[in-house]
Design a protein around this ligand. Structure first.
Ligand SMILES: NC(=O)C1=CN([C@@H]2O[C@H](COP(=O)(O)OP(=O)(O)OC[C@H]3O[C@@H](n4cnc5c(N)ncnc54)[C@H](O)[C@@H]3O)[C@@H](O)[C@H]2O)C=CC1
Ligand SMILES: O=C(O)CCC(=O)C(=O)O
Length: 420
């Protein structure tokens, strides 16, 4: 997401490092803590050949960044998107380390990706690419080593192909090597919904702190994929009115409220929200500055920058995407009194329920939808309250408070391990 008016660095890894450094400084942490956390433990680059439908061979190059495993195995999604870069996966893996620690799930941070647009490939090609990537990563991942999951443009079907390929490569039954699998293939109920649901319950918690009545609140949701669509669905069920949604094609606005279940069904059938009836269609970037109470950026990084932060009207931002706000924009929003619920808290529902999926896989047992979602409620609501308290104690923004809480926990684990 480029904007010529943006003055600051949009390198996601530099941004992640700045966020960690700010919190380490506020904590007065031992300098060794930042020294260890500023860089991933390793970044694996793999190249693998795939036969395309026209008979030719094409080599694909992918990455897996393993940031820190002081608190448990590396954990985080695999992204298929043309914008994937070495520095992007490094940043995303860094954010995962702190996100896992925010709700206390026993993982470190990892993330991987392939710089492809899945729309350029047939279903058969996509399966061979996914299997090729999984086979290439197999020596570096495992149920107790590094556990990938879905992210942008990946889903349960791709996770199932990958599990099958890894089991073939290792000769071991290990359904817990990946999470976000289909429910009837070792997946967990409530995982598909988990990230968007978490974005909504964090917005609800913030609204309650700010004295905002959700029944009269309006919401704009950027991105209408897995995270955005469920965030929109759940915040609607909680009483708010979603008046704007967007995806890579356009923004749709209806001041009286959009019919979210109908929009979800329309997007599933048509591949995007474009053409959905009963709404005004605007440029896709118009979403961010709509006159709403709550904004949910649920697409990609760096969408809220110094170039548009001043124009944002929302009073609460619940970050479904990873890294949607630059540090410069954070400062502008903080000074305007906008409450930003940071990605490492707001979108932690995905990895939290991935953890529940993994536990069920290891136990060979299944929990009900209600049981999983209520466990998610408990961990996320507690994380919100703890971070809220820390934010007040240190007079910092919520992102810095979330990092501070997380870093404290990781620093303890690293200390016991004798890393410093
Ligand atoms: N899937 C998950 O469980 C988790 C995802 N996330 C993060 O949430 C974000 C979205 O992920 P998913 O929903 O899984 O991906 P997805 O692939 O299901 O959906 C992405 C959506 O963003 C839209 N989009 C892309 N470029 C856009 C643009 N320029 N303007 C507006 N919309 C645009 C796409 O059209 C699509 O609707 C990513 O940052 C991801 O890392 C974070 C935690 C967990
Ligand atoms: O479910 C997971 O393990 C990770 C989800 C993820 O990639 C993320 O939170 O950004």
């Amino acid at each position: 997401m480029e904007n010529k008016n943006v003055k600051e660095s949009l390198n996601p890894f530099e941004i992640a490092q700045r966020q960690v450094k700010t919190a380490c400084d506020k904590l007065g942490a031992d300098p060794a803590v930042y020294e260890i956390l500023k860089t991933p433990a390793r970044v694996i680059e793999v190249s693998f050949p795939v036969r395309l439908d026209n008979g030719t061979i094409k080599t694909f190059t992918g990455f897996r960044s393993q940031h820190n495993n002081a608190c448990g195995p590396f954990k985080g999604g695999l992204r298929f998107h043309p914008g994937v870069t070495y520095d992007e996966v490094k940043a995303l893996s860094t954010w995962m380390t702190f996100k896992c620690s925010v709700t206390g799930v026993p993982y470190g941070g990892g993330k991987g990706g392939l710089a492809i647009d899945p729309k350029d490939y047939s279903e058969g090609e996509l399966e061979r690419i996914s299997r090729g990537f999984a086979k290439a990563l197999a020596p570096f991942i495992g149920e107790k080593v590094d556990i990938p999951a879905p992210d942008v443009n990946t889903n349960g079907k791709i996770m199932a192909w990958m599990v099958d390929e890894i089991e073939k490569s290792t000769g071991q039954f290990q359904p817990g090597v990946l999470t976000g699998k289909p429910v009837d293939f070792f997946g967990s109920l409530a995982r598909t919904e988990a990230t968007g649901y978490g974005v909504a319950i964090m917005a609800r918690a913030a609204a309650s702190k700010k004295g905002m009545n959700l029944n009269t609140a309006t919401v704009a949701v950027q991105g209408f994929g897995n995270v955005g669509s469920f965030a929109a669905k759940y915040i609607t069920e909680m009483g708010a009115k979603v008046v704007a949604i967007s995806d890579s094609s356009c923004t749709l606005v209806n001041k009286d409220g959009l019919d979210i279940p109908a929009a979800i069904a329309y997007a599933a059938e048509n591949g995007s929200i474009k053409g959905f009836a009963g709404a005004e269609e605007l440029h896709r970037d118009a979403l961010l500055t709509q006159e709403v109470d709550i904004l949910m950026p649920c697409a990609l990084e760096n969408v809220i920058t110094s170039a548009n932060a001043d124009d944002i009207k929302a009073k609460i931002i619940s970050e479904g995407a990873n890294g949607p706000t630059t540090p410069e924009a954070d400062e502008i929003l903080f000074n305007k009194g906008v409450l930003v619920i940071p990605d490492i808290l707001a979108n932690a529902g995905g990895v939290t329920v991935s953890y529940f999926e993994w536990v069920q896989n290891l136990m060979r047992y299944n929990w009900s939808f209600e049981e999983v979602q209520s466990k998610q409620d408990v961990l996320m609501d507690k994380a919100f309250e703890d971070i809220w308290t820390l934010m007040g104690e240190h007079s910092v923004d919520m992102r810095t408070a979330a990092y501070m809480m997380s870093i404290k926990r990781i620093a303890v684990a690293m200390k016991y391990r004798g890393w410093y």
